[in-house]
Design a protein around this ligand. Structure first.
Ligand SMILES: NC(=O)c1ccc[n+]([C@@H]2O[C@H](COP(=O)([O-])OP(=O)(O)OC[C@H]3O[C@@H](n4cnc5c(N)ncnc54)[C@H](O)[C@@H]3O)[C@@H](O)[C@H]2O)c1
Length: 434
């Protein structure tokens, strides 16, 4: 099929490359000229394991090209996938301006019947509104499909090929058949439903995963009071198939480009309809409080005074395997440390460039190597559980630090055995270390 993908960010670029790899003819449309130039020079603007290999392959075999000319792209296309950003506004509403701009352009420029596939995460009801406001006004017939994306950054290529389900939200049979053909080589079940239900599946999924994280954080916090060990509790809870093992890691809480904005967006939609959605409110509050709880642990260990104290911050991306720093707990921690007067020595395998554009302070320095970042520090905070950080030589680390050798393991990820007996003042979330 001839397919146009609008927006080549974390979702659009993976979709474009993987669909090209499946034999479709793809045009990726990108308005950011820096990203576009990189793509046209066979470079990926983002890091995802395995992406560069596919990108290079599909450029070389001619199944993908990149442009900023949307009109030209849709004049030769059967199907348009929208994968532009839908960030949060300051009042928690979802900012749909990028979606509206694209919908308006498609409506104005379509010269042949099109199927428009929404891969961006948009609030329930958006598809209907786009059809009413834009696509029904088009001179050409436009079929609309909600097809939310569930990939995880850091595992995005793997997730594309191993997704649990493909949601196809449309009542238009011809469009549904096109989507079946688009994803013909993926083994996942194709689940058909109406547009608004498909939109809700995405929000409900992310809200549920965020709930699991906040729930296990509450249990970990309670473990500290009652003397239980979250390392024993969480895996045993997860062994129940009704619950499942994933997303039961206690720590500083979730971040990233999706969970924070999608929980806020869903709560806004709920409140718009006068529905309180109390569980979601609590999930968000617990998540914010978890970072503060971590900071309080650190402050207590450093005599309630961080002024002029050197603190190493390991991890600036919101999770391992990505260079994405959007809503990263590591960045929030950096800002809290700076406001307390600490001297922050930050390190990350992939996210330094992005973090440098966001953190502007004379109190922070950026380091490529973790052993360099920890030198002379009184405390270390592990904010992202990169393997590069969890398997360090902790004796060597301690030798280059200063007393009182505080180690706040914000992800409960450092092997307990490595730090036991080394003399660290080890802080975690609900873990027994004695
Ligand atoms: N990042 C994830 O892990 C993830 C997972 C599932 C769903 N989503 C959803 O997918 C959507 C995209 O997320 P993302 O992380 O890829 O965003 P992103 O910001 O990385 O990418 C969006 C891209 O669209 C481009 N763009 C915007 N308007 C354009 C236009 N008119 N023409 C051409 N290009 C345009 C931007 O320049 C940018 O490169 C969001 O709705 C997000 O919620 C994201």
């Amino acid at each position: 099929m001839n397919v146009t993908v609008i927006g080549t960010g974390y979702v659009g670029l993976i979709a474009a490359c993987c669909l090209a790899n499946s034999g479709h003819q793809i045009t990726g449309v990108e308005k950011n000229l820096t990203k576009l130039t990189m793509l046209q020079q066979r470079q990926s603007p983002i890091y995802e394991e395995g992406l560069v290999e596919i990108l290079t392959k599909v450029i070389d075999n001619g199944s993908i090209k990149f442009t900023d000319d949307l009109a030209l792209a849709i004049s030769t296309t059967d199907l348009v996938i929208i994968a532009v950003g839908t960030p949060s506004l300051s009042d928690d509403r979802v900012d749909l301006s990028q979606i509206f701009a694209v919908a308006e352009t498609i409506t104005a420029l379509a010269t042949r019947p099109l199927t428009v596939v929404m891969k961006s995460t948009v609030p329930p009801g958006t598809g209907k509104m786009l059809i009413d406001r834009y696509f029904s006004q088009c001179s050409q017939e436009i079929s609309y499909v909600s097809n939310p994306e569930f990939l995880r950054e850091g595992r995005a290529v793997w997730d594309w090929y191993n997704t649990d389900r493909i949601i196809i939200g449309t009542h238009n049979q011809k469009a549904a058949n096109q989507l079946n053909e688009l994803y013909a080589d993926l083994a996942a079940p194709k689940v058909h439903m109406d547009v608004t239900s498909a939109e809700m599946v995405k929000y409900a999924s992310n809200a549920f995963l965020a709930t699991k994280i906040s729930f296990i954080n509450e249990i970990a916090n309670l473990c500290e009071y009652v003397g239980a060990d979250i390392d024993a509790v969480a895996p045993a809870v997860g062994m129940d198939n009704r619950i499942g093992k994933q997303f039961l890691n206690a720590g500083l809480g979730y971040g990233g480009s999706c969970f924070p904005k999608d929980t806020k967006g869903l709560r806004f939609i709920a409140s718009y309809y006068g529905y309180p959605f109390s569980v979601l409110k609590a999930v968000m509050e617990v998540n914010s409080a978890q970072k503060i709880r971590g900071m309080r642990k650190l402050l207590t260990a450093l005599d309630n005074n961080l002024y002029n104290k050197r603190i190493a911050l390991l991890g600036l991306s919101f999770k391992p395997g990505t260079d994405d720093t959007r809503e990263s707990p590591g960045l929030d921690i950096a800002e809290m440390l700076i406001s307390e007067g600490a001297l922050v020595q930050a390190c990350d395998p992939l996210a330094l460039a992005s973090a440098k554009t966001l953190l502007h302070s004379e109190q922070i320095t950026f380091h490529e190597a973790p052993y360099q970042a920890v030198a002379g520090c009184q405390a270390i905070i592990l904010a992202t559980e990169w393997p590069e950080f969890t398997h360090l030589d902790w004796q060597k680390i301690k030798n280059s630090m200063q007393a009182p050798y505080v180690l706040l393991d914000g992800r409960n990820a450092i092997p307990k055995e490595s730090i036991k007996n080394l003399g660290f003042h080890y802080l975690s979330f609900g873990r027994q270390t004695d």
